[in-house]
Design a protein around this ligand. Structure first.
Ligand code: NDP
Length: 448
């Protein structure tokens, strides 16, 4: 609950200005709530207007993306880039192509990204972008034409020292390739302006795996430190079957867990013997198919329509890896009832505030997205370093750096939580640790 007068004033202002952006309000409320003890102890933040500046993007770019489909018909989408905060480095954050994308969704993601990037300890500011374009059912040629049209406008606003986008939902290797190609053509410049690039043109080994692997490194470390426990022998429920879900499944299995589910926006599969990841990869990465196909190919596996049913499957650990607000209060109650003790978030803001309250009331180990899924942007930061040095690290080197960053995020979060009287609270700790560095940089750089 908001009790601090300064924090209340800032949140009221956000509500007045952005009342039509529910996801953004949700993300801001959660962060401000946990920052109350910090601003109470540091009057210089209020004196320098840090919170009111933090909740207002430095710049929002919104543009028309016109392209021609295979039938020769003109299509018009909306493009966005929110350059939220550059206090500690160039704007950095992914691009999402999904019909649900609007300004509020991109602003919530960009706001989360500020603190997430700070937690990685790498010099990256916060940004996010995307479009309401839906690549589902589009041909490769249509996706290419859309990406070229999108980058033609976006290229005016980004650059290796200004703003470095990456992938997110529906923006993977294919889209990043088309976007990079168009930037290079327009600017006549070969630079690390995007991350998540192909290995042949400046990409980093382990970037594809980074968010999912990082999520498991974070969860394993939190389990070790807080519960003296591990993944070994645990049953894990994972939602989604995209980039984050696939590599979270791979690492959880490697660490000795049994992952029993996978899902997409139509439904979920339950495989009591453990998900066969080569089949999921073949369906999703091989031919962009639907997860239903898994149950048709694997004897003993069940398919259920609707994605929220995945949270009714008994498990020890839940790793939501699909999208925002995918776990509501009822799903959280179902998880607890069926024995779940740990929820760590691969997706951005997958738990509603009511779901988080259920985790807290029942003493679950809760790893919030901005800490638990920071591995993707961390390796993006490492990709930027490699591009600047014009060299490539091996998979093992990059993976070892990723693991150490995720372990240090757990330590940083717990130390910050302890300092402000919230011992063991990974959510408060992540918000506080991420915030303090950005806030101090904002104070030092003056009122901008
Ligand atoms: P992908 O596009 O690779 O996969 C997304 C998965 O989630 C798909 O299985 C998709 O199903 C499902 N999904 C998407 N939207 C919905 C919805 N509204 N309801 C139910 N299921 C849905 O994306 P990523 O794996 O890259 O991203 C997943 C999450 O992780 C997002 O929240 C993203 O912001 C976050 N994230 C990603 C990072 C990265 O490095 N890629 C880094 C940090 C966070 P379908 O195919 O049917 O749409």
């Amino acid at each position: 609950m908001l009790t601090n007068e300064y924090v209340k004033r800032v949140y009221d202002q956000v509500q007045k200005r952005d009342g039509d952006q529910p996801e953004f309000l949700q993300a801001v409320y959660e962060v401000l709530d946990t920052l109350q003890p910090v601003v109470a102890k540091h009057p210089e933040y209020e004196a320098n207007g840090v919170l009111e500046r933090l909740v207002e993007p430095e710049r929002v770019v919104k543009f028309r993306v016109a392209w021609v489909d295979d039938a020769g018909k003109v299509q018009v989408n909306r493009g966005y880039r929110v350059q939220f905060n550059s206090a500690i480095g160039p704007y950095k954050g992914g691009l999402r192509f999904h019909p649900t994308v609007n300004e509020g969704v991109i602003k919530f993601l960009g706001f989360e990204q500020i603190l997430k990037n700070s937690l990685t300890t790498l010099p990256m500011g916060g940004g996010k972008g995307g479009s309401d374009f839906d690549p589902k059912g589009k041909s490769d040629a249509e996706v290419m034409r859309f990406c070229q049209a999108f980058m033609t406008e976006l290229s005016r606003h980004i650059g290796q020292f200004t703003d470095v986008p990456a992938g997110d939902i529906n923006v993977g290797a294919r889209e990043i390739g088309y976007l990079f190609g168009q930037y290079k053509r327009i600017r006549d410049e070969y630079s690390g302006v995007l991350t998540g690039k192909g290995l042949e043109f400046g990409g980093s080994l382990a970037r594809t795996e980074a968010t999912g692997y990082g999520l498991c490194y974070y969860t394993a470390e939190a389990l070790r430190v807080l519960k003296n426990d591990s993944f070994e022998g645990k049953t894990v429920v994972i939602s989604g079957s995209g980039n984050v879900a696939i590599f979270a499944t791979e690492k959880a299995q490697e660490l000795g867990a049994k992952v029993v589910t996978a899902s997409d926006s139509n439904g979920y599969v339950y495989d009591p013997d453990g998900i066969k990841l080569d089949i999921v990869k073949d369906i999703k990465l091989g031919h962009r198919g639907r997860i239903k196909e898994y149950a048709e190919r694997v004897p003993g596996a069940e398919y259920h329509e609707g994605c929220s049913g995945v949270w009714t499957v008994p498990c020890d650990i839940a790793l939501p890896c699909a999208t925002q607000n995918e776990i509501d209060e009822a799903s959280a109650e179902a998880l607890v009832k069926n024995g779940c003790k740990v929820v760590c978030e691969g997706a951005n803001m997958p738990s509603t505030p009511e779901a988080i309250a259920v985790y807290q009331k029942n003493g679950l180990l809760y790893g919030p997205a901005k800490a638990a899924n920071a591995g993707g942007v961390a390796v993006s930061g490492l990709e930027m370093s490699q591009n600047s040095y014009r060299l490539s690290w091996t998979f093992e080197e990059t993976d070892a750096k990723l693991k150490s960053i995720m372990e240090s995020i757990v330590a940083e979060s717990l130390a910050a939580a302890k300092e402000y009287g919230e011992e063991g609270d990974l959510m408060a700790g992540a918000n506080i640790a991420g915030f303090v560095k950005v806030a101090n940089a904002m104070v030092a750089q003056g009122i901008l």
